[in-house]
Design a protein around this ligand. Structure first.
Ligand code: AMP
Ligand code: MG
Length: 407
């Protein structure tokens, strides 16, 4: 039996970064950019007006009435001449004509019979967005290793990109095992259950940014198990569920070994999730997860998700943890760390948590009542109202701070 952190370490040393592909910008959402992106041009490309108003030269002598010489709408490329003492009407985003350096916002002027009158004094240079003020040509705008968020997509497209180079999504084969399993949609008779694990695990793969492929159910024989495992090896990762405990019909671990796989650990010091193995077979990571539905999902959280995120280039591979006050005492009398399903709520800036009740590793319903996992160490109790650290399951990977723009 291995400790959780050792198991994670073993897994992470056996998982490699995916290769890179070019995808369209929107397909890159949530993925990791593989190369630095530099700006090919300035943003804005010219000095532009930040307001609807009137552009003029602050060097002009102060005067009561200004004549309006011309009009420059946004998108105009026409060259406009403005004489001293004149203003030109200009819209937000339009280029400032030569000789002008300040904009009077339309709210600050009055129409008069011979032009306009400025209601208040205005600071020279006001209401102009200077060329390159946002981004300068050659700036590093998105550094390799960053998560592509909506704002990175907007910035990249504004700098002329239509595609971006990202790490490939991890393709994950999911194999269920068990003679008691029926495919989704079936009408179970007593003694049979529907294969729910393939679905919950596939959903976890999707949520982590991977591509799941359900490769079916292997019946409880060594032959069937080996055949299905071989099928799963054409993907980046293979996950199996069930059949990895000590029962007479548990063939997964032996099948991996008989196929030449290297089982790096079997059984992890945790509850739920103990009966699981990690192996490398045909150079592919194989996660043999428990059969019990909650155990399978918790083991995915602890071991598969961080590995997938690492493979896809993420540097933050663990979920965010919050400190929450317990609204009930908790005790772990067992000798393994217990991941207690909890419901975390946030009120007035303070997280509080309570158990979802039933903690059976088979009770998927109890997991739907919760949104976090509290790690309760062996032979430990936590008193009512004291703090505990809880992993929030409903929050995605932390996307990280955007890189600084260097001028
Ligand atoms: P096993 O480790 O194969 O003995 O499975 C442990 C428990 O998990 C048994 O009660 C199984 O019926 C259940 N189980 C195994 N595989 C699945 C699955 N794919 N979907 C739902 N329950 C499962
Ligand atoms: Mg089984």
């Amino acid at each position: 039996m291995v400790f959780i952190e050792d198991a994670q370490q073993i897994i992470l040393t056996r998982t490699e970064l995916q290769t890179v592909e070019n995808v369209s910008l929107l397909q890159a959402l949530g993925r990791i950019i593989a190369e630095d992106a530099h700006a090919p041009w300035d943003i804005p490309m010219a000095d532009i007006s930040a307001m609807d108003g009137y552009a003029f030269s602050s060097q002009s002598p102060v005067q009561e009435h200004w004549a309006v010489a011309d009009f420059i709408p946004a998108g105009s490329e026409r060259s406009v001449q403005v004489a001293t003492g004149e203003v030109v009407k200009i819209m937000t985003g339009a280029p400032i004509p030569p000789g002008c350096d300040t904009v009077m916002p339309v709210e600050e002027v009055e129409q008069t019979s011979c032009g306009i009158r400025l209601k208040h004094e205005i600071t020279p240079g006001a209401h102009i967005r200077k060329r390159g003020e946002d981004v300068r040509a050659d700036d590093l705008v998105v550094s390799a290793g960053s998560v592509i968020r909506p704002q990175e997509i907007g910035l990249l497209v504004s700098l002329g990109s239509t595609e971006v180079s990202v790490y490939r999504k991890v393709r994950v084969a999911i194999l269920a095992t068990g003679d008691e399993l029926l495919e989704a949609g079936a009408n179970p008779t007593s003694g049979m259950i529907i294969n729910s694990n393939s679905y919950s695990l596939a959903a976890q793969v999707l949520e982590a940014g991977g591509e799941p492929l359900l490769i079916g159910i292997a019946s409880d024989t060594a032959e069937a198990t080996k055949k299905k495992i071989m099928e799963g090896l054409s993907f980046d990762i293979l996950i199996t569920t069930g059949g990895v405990s000590v029962g007479d019909r548990d063939f997964v671990k032996e099948s991996i070994q008989e196929l030449g796989g290297d089982v790096l650990f079997w059984k992890v010091n945790m509850k739920p999730g103990k009966p699981m193995a990690f192996a490398v077979l045909g150079n592919k990571p194989v996660f043999a997860l428990p059969g019990n539905p909650v155990a399978a999902m918790v083991a995915f959280e602890m071991f598969v998700r961080p590995a997938m995120l690492k493979m896809m280039g993420h540097s933050r591979i663990f979920r965010p943890v919050v400190r929450a006050t317990l609204t009930e005492p908790m005790k772990n009398r067992g000798d393994r760390p217990h991941f207690v399903r909890v419901m975390v709520t946030l009120e007035h800036g303070i997280y509080s948590a309570k158990s979802t009740g039933n903690q059976s590793s088979a009770s998927l319903a109890s997991l739907t009542q919760g949104n976090g996992l509290l790690r309760l160490e062996p032979n430990t109790s936590i008193a009512l109202a004291s703090f505990a650290e809880i992993t929030l399951l409903d929050r995605g990977f932390e996307m990280g701070a955007p890189p600084a723009i260097m001028h």
